[in-house]
Design a protein around this ligand. Structure first.
Ligand code: AMP
Ligand code: MG
Length: 498
């Protein structure tokens, strides 16, 4: 064996999805780009995946990450899926600009997809060019890694490369390819694809695949598909609760963007809120506010009802019995969401015990914040200090147009804290772990994108990544990154950039 003939980049792929029936995907290789250049490699994640960062950063590795070279053992394919987009059902969407290279089993024994996004056209591209622009790639990189640091389930960023090619959007923009890592890319829309074709065998194969890969604990349940439904709903309900408790707005909660594994996926026009407003919408395409902040639990329930419907052929022999199972599954969403959401709120407020009146205490704070124009992240972080020391109240009062309402709320909150036994230090630690100081604020992400796109300056990108990698630490030297936007910095809209 000579060194020249050996592939330099070794992934150790084991591609279970590619072993599913042919109608689950289209085999397609990425389309090479003119001039691949590595912008960022996530070395820690690479090692976690059992990959060698030096190999990935080598010229051959960068060719792989750009789609110019198909690595040994890959089974490149575009997955078929359908989906409800803004409530309209589209029977065929599929990976129009992404190619799954394959799967690796990571150091914890978890199977992970490695996918190139922006890697050129596929049979599912419809009118799209199969490409991605640099700005949205950097946004997805930053937000997915911020989620990982926050401890919220999400797909991960392994790498970003520029292509040396321009992509035509409203203007010509630099092109990029993003390497995404996911527990899998199976979506609610994947189930809808087979349901829409009345392909019950396909549905069963997909259901069994998902159970084996993501929910092995339900494999032996008396009704494994009903157990699968409940398990998917539970993960999704807990995920949405996490989003709300960090002020996150996904922006495009279409059923094709709902991961069956319960990860946040497809960071398009997403954003963290600055000033708290339950009706906040950022996405430029969400004209009616369907995916506004406070609508997210309801939309998740709606999306999961669509998932439940796809399972009807598998849930029982008799149609009526199957519908009843689907409905019973759907009915579990509200309770699971509410419990997770309220538990998250109690941690944010420093409450270790649970009382019936705690929901009202939290809701009244949110209402006060909305009326007073308080910044979501700054307010909750300030409460961590205020739990120990009333001198922090000055800063909190300063966040409100009229502080009278928050002053009354602080009195109520302290009375409630007075009923808790736990020591102040433990409470402060819990609160600081539930109330991040650093999130990738919109105006900071914008700054990163402008510097990268206009000046090929990636220093702001690196800096924001480093700061948001430690969201719960005080970083006094990075105070600028904790602050809300100045009036002229406020971002009011975000774009899919597709
Ligand atoms: P998204 O809004 O990113 O979730 O994408 C919705 C659908 O549009 C998926 O089927 C994508 O693969 C497809 N799509 C988005 N952008 C492009 C593009 N530039 N070229 C081809 N297909 C695309
Ligand atoms: Mg999508």
């Amino acid at each position: 064996m000579t060194a020249q003939l050996e592939a330099i980049v070794q992934f150790g792929f084991d591609n279970s999805y590619a072993r599913l029936p042919d109608r689950f995907f289209a085999r397609v290789a990425p389309t090479p780009v003119a001039e691949p250049r590595l912008i960022k490699l996530n070395e820690v994640l690479a090692r976690q995946l059992g990959l060698d960062p030096a190999q990935l950063a080598s010229p051959e590795g960068v060719e792989v990450l750009a789609g110019n070279r198909v690595p040994e053992g890959a089974s490149p394919l575009a997955q078929a899926y359908a989906g409800h987009q803004f409530a309209n059902f589209v029977p065929q969407l599929g990976d129009g600009r992404a190619v799954l290279l394959g799967e690796v089993v990571d150091r914890d024994g978890q199977r992970r997809d490695i996918q190139l996004k922006g890697s050129g056209p596929t049979p599912f591209s419809r009118r799209g060019d199969g490409r991605a622009a640099l700005g949205p790639v950097l946004r997805e990189y930053i937000v997915s890694e911020a989620f990982a640091a926050l401890g919220i389930p999400a797909t991960r960023a392994l790498a970003a490369v520029t292509t040396g090619e321009a992509v035509a959007r409203e203007t010509m923009l630099p092109g990029a390819v993003f390497t995404r890592v996911a527990a899998s890319h199976v979506r609610v829309g994947t189930f809808q694809y087979f349901a829409a074709r009345s392909d019950v065998e396909g549905l069963r194969a997909l259901g069994d695949y998902v159970i084996e890969r993501h929910y092995p604990e339900v494999a032996t349940a008396a009704n494994r598909y009903r157990a699968l439904l409940d398990a998917v709903i539970a993960r999704q309900a807990k995920l949405i609760a996490r989003w709300l408790n960090v002020g996150f707005i996904h922006g495009v909660m279409n059923t094709d963007n709902v991961s069956i594994a319960g990860e946040t996926i497809d960071f398009g026009p997403c954003a963290f809120m600055d000033t708290f407003d339950p009706g906040q919408v950022y996405s430029s395409i969400d004209h009616r506010g369907r995916y506004a902040y406070a609508n997210q639990p309801g939309i998740a329930g709606w999306n999961l009802a669509r998932f439940a419907e796809t399972l009807i052929p598998l849930l029982a022999e008799e149609k009526d019995a199957a519908v009843a199972e689907a409905q019973a599954g759907i009915n579990t969403f509200g309770g699971t969401f509410e419990a997770a959401y309220r538990a998250g709120q109690r941690a944010k407020l420093g409450l270790m015990t649970e009382r019936a009146e705690d929901s009202a205490l939290a809701d009244d704070l949110l209402g006060t914040m909305a009326r007073g124009g308080a910044d979501f992240t700054l307010l909750f972080r300030a409460l961590c200090a205020a739990a120990r020391d009333t001198s922090a109240d000055l800063a909190i009062r300063g966040m409100f147009i009229d502080p009278a309402e928050i002053e009354a709320w602080l009195v109520r909150w302290r009375q409630r804290l007075g009923d808790e036994d736990g020591d102040a230090a433990a409470r402060a630690a819990m609160m600081r772990g539930a109330n991040p100081a650093f999130i990738p604020r919109n105006h900071l992400v914008e700054e990163v994108i402008v510097a990268a796109v206009n000046d090929a300056d990636f220093a702001p990108f690196e800096k924001l990544l480093a700061v948001t990698a430690r969201p719960y630490d005080d970083q006094p030297e990075n105070a600028r990154y904790a602050a809300g936007p100045k009036p002229e910095q406020i971002v009011r809209q975000t774009f899919c950039g597709t």
